[in-house]
Design a protein around this ligand. Sequence first.
Ligand code: HEM
Length: 179
Amino acid sequence: MKGIVFVGFFELVEKEFGYEMVDKLIASCNLESKGIYTSVGTYSHNEMVQLVTKLSEFSGVEVPVLLKTYGQYFGKAHLRKYNMFYEQASDTFSFLESIHNHIHVEVKKLYPEAELPHFDSNRVSDSILELVYTSARKMSAFAKGLIEDTALYYGEEVEISQKNIEADGSKVLFTITKL
Ligand code: HEM
């Protein structure tokens, strides 16, 4: 997992829970990186699993809620700077449709070691898009936060429902409805 994902995570932890929580997390997890991350470095996904699990334990906030909030933050704070991708799409649906065949493809060219999810999309009607998320990292809650941030960027109101296709969360169907 790329370091930028960890850097953004610690920014949000510090903002929401204070620096003591950052310290407490690093001290209580068994991190190969020792909690030192650079944006372009690559680290084990297991470190993120440990950090989010511990943060949930310490804060009492459930893991999916933490990941969704983190997705919203990461979109706004880190993805918006890739403005060419946002400018190439005219609305939430066309942006989401372009992740798999365009955006994440470019990311992979820049960072061949990036571990990216697979997305299949299906435009059911003008107002409904189905997006199937597949990833061994099971971060669909993070994806949901990113989808919400995308809609915020395009100034559109959407309702997002999600259903596990695989019980372990490695394959999830999102149905996104424009209101
Ligand atoms: C400008 C747009 C985007 C860029 C530049 C981008 C880039 C990236 C990068 C660099 C990673 C980290 C890969 C790694 O850690 O190895 C990532 C992961 C991820 N991206 Fe994107 N992304 C974008 C938009 C989106 C959107 C809108 C979604 C949601 C539908 C999304 C879903 C995900 C998820 C869920 C992961 C976590 C890894 C996984 O679940 O397997 N991305 N993306």
